[in-house]
Design a protein around this ligand. Structure first.
Ligand code: FAD
Length: 466
């Protein structure tokens, strides 16, 4: 759907408290840029919203003018879903306020806040909610699609900790969704993506975390990758329930704690985070160190906010990226063989495979309790990410991602893939992520709140009867 913008823009400007930017405005190019440097889409207008009223005015204007709508939270979707071509982009980046009710252990978080904003405000009080592993990610898209991070096994997904949301729906109205207010909408927001409206405020339950946490970083070079992945797979089951962990095939960073001989060397990293005492963390990391002594063995206390920002430079804003992911119920020896064969074929030193082991609180939630696209019995979220400094380097590793993913696919669980790790939102993969029963339930809710599928630049749920 494309349209030319008629003379109503001044009317929109008059109704909004935030600015409305067009191609002639100085801030336009910065406002339309997203995390993935490969995305170069040009909306006709960018409405930088400062309130739910602004969002409602922008939606109504766009619908009256026949303009496609995109919604920008943190701008992290690899495919650039936040930006439309020739349409109206609803830019939530100024809605980044976070307030904390310490007594109630609740945070109210603007729909355009980043994880860094959320962590900074909650950690002032020694509290946190599950976030992702890169702090410039938007709370909006992360929460609406699920939200995996260091705290998933302790607290569940980010969306599991959502207790209410304020939403501007396709008819421009502001609603509050919670277990007792529009409960169908509330259910759908916890995993169903940005399909149901523009969330201007998320309200999260918080838990005491930090401020000091414990990191263990272990690395094995490529020639022991198979043994390392097997040992890690076996060690994950023995980790304490609340520990965080991440496995990654990557090139070792040139960090001070990595001996120079391993700087930029490909291999396997295992990161274990403890949220309790140093002694408990030391006990948690002991088995993996004993089974297969790592080439790099580093343990340190650090502030929780530093943990949340530790990997930011591995995927900086403006880098070129492509990804494809799948869920594994089991990380079998055969799947490990595929990884060992496929991983070294990448060409960009920045490309890597972040693999999230999941269990604990994630698995405590019933499959139908939230709209999250994936089974709670999944044990591994396996992402293959091409990250490169320019389009040419990305092109080579885009093919690497695709063939690696195809080779791993026979070992995947039946529940498709995590919608937040999709670039293209292919309809069959979105359906597979939710499964038929959940997809149909979401489609009925979509038909109630967005029957014309106004919000479709997302892992799209087609309204039933559409
Ligand atoms: P955007 O591109 O702004 O939005 C993504 C989608 O959500 C769009 O469809 C948009 O319209 C919609 N949306 C965003 N905000 C709102 C809102 N307030 N109301 C309605 N719709 C909205 N995921 C994890 O689970 N764990 C990780 O550790 C993790 N790490 C990542 C690291 C990097 C470097 C990147 C690029 C992504 C990572 N992700 C991770 C994936 C991330 O969760 C998704 O890309 C997510 O969609 C980002 O949300 P966003 O608001 O930044 O993105």
């Amino acid at each position: 759907m494309t349209a030319t913008v008629s003379g109503g823009v001044e009317g929109l400007r008059a109704r909004m408290s935030g600015p409305v930017l067009g191609p002639g405005d100085l801030e336009y190019d910065t406002a339309r840029s997203v995390w993935n440097g490969e995305i170069d889409k040009r909306p006709a207008l960018i409405a930088r919203c400062l309130s739910p009223g602004d969002v409602g005015a922008a939606i109504t204007f766009a619908r009256d003018e026949g303009l496609e709508i995109s919604v920008r939270g943190g701008g992290h979707n690899f495919g650039g879903a936040a930006v439309c071509v020739d349409g109206l982009m609803i830019d939530l980046s100024a809605l980044d306020e976070v307030t904390v009710d310490v007594g109630a252990r609740r945070a109210r978080c603007g729909g355009g806040a980043t994880l860094a904003d959320l962590d900074a405000a909650t950690q002032e009080h020694g509290l946190a909610v599950t976030g992702g592993t890169i702090s410039h990610t938007g709370v909006g898209g992360l929460t609406l699609g699920g939200g995996f991070g260091w705290l998933t096994s302790r607290l569940g997904l980010t969306c599991d900790n959502l207790v209410a949301a304020e939403v501007v729906t396709a008819d421009g109205h502001c609603l509050r969704a919670s277990p007792t207010e529009h409960p169908d909408l509330f259910w759908a927001l916890r995993g169903g993506g940005g399909n149901f409206g523009v969330v201007t405020t998320f309200e999260f339950a918080l838990a005491p975390i930090g401020p000091e946490v414990h990191l263990g970083f272990f690395f094995w070079p490529l020639d022991s990758a198979r043994e390392a992945l097997r040992a890690i797979r076996d060690a994950v089951d023995g980790l304490p329930r609340g520990a965080g962990s991440l496995v990654a095939c990557l090139n070792a960073p040139p960090a001070p704690f990595v001996p120079e001989q391993y700087h930029f060397s490909p291999g396997v990293a295992f990161l274990i985070v403890g949220f309790d005492s140093a002694e408990e963390h030391a006990a948690a990391v002991a088995p993996i160190r004993a089974v297969l002594p790592p080439a790099v063995d580093f343990i340190t206390p650090m502030p929780y906010t530093a943990l949340q920002q530790m990997l930011d430079e591995s995927t900086p804003w403006g880098i070129f990226g492509y990804e494809k992911a799948l869920y594994l119920d089991e990380f079998t020896d055969a799947a490990i063989d595929v990884v060992v064969e496929q991983f070294p074929r990448k060409t960009s030193p920045m490309s890597f495979t972040p693999i999230f082991p999941v269990g604990g609180a994630f698995g405590d939630v019933a499959d139908q309790a939230t709209a999250f696209g994936g089974s709670r019995s999944t044990r591994w979220v396996f992402n293959i990410a091409a990250v490169a400094p320019d389009a040419e380097a990305l092109a080579a590793d885009r093919e690497w991602v695709r063939s690696f993913w195809e080779a791993l696919r026979p070992y995947a669980g039946s529940a498709g893939s995590y919608v937040n790790f999709m670039v293209d939102f292919e309809e069959d993969r979105v359906r597979a992520a939710y499964g038929p029963a959940k997809y149909d339930r979401l489609a009925a809710i979509k038909a109630k709140y967005d029957p014309a599928n106004v919000f479709h630049l997302n892992p799209n749920i087609r309204p039933s009867g559409h």
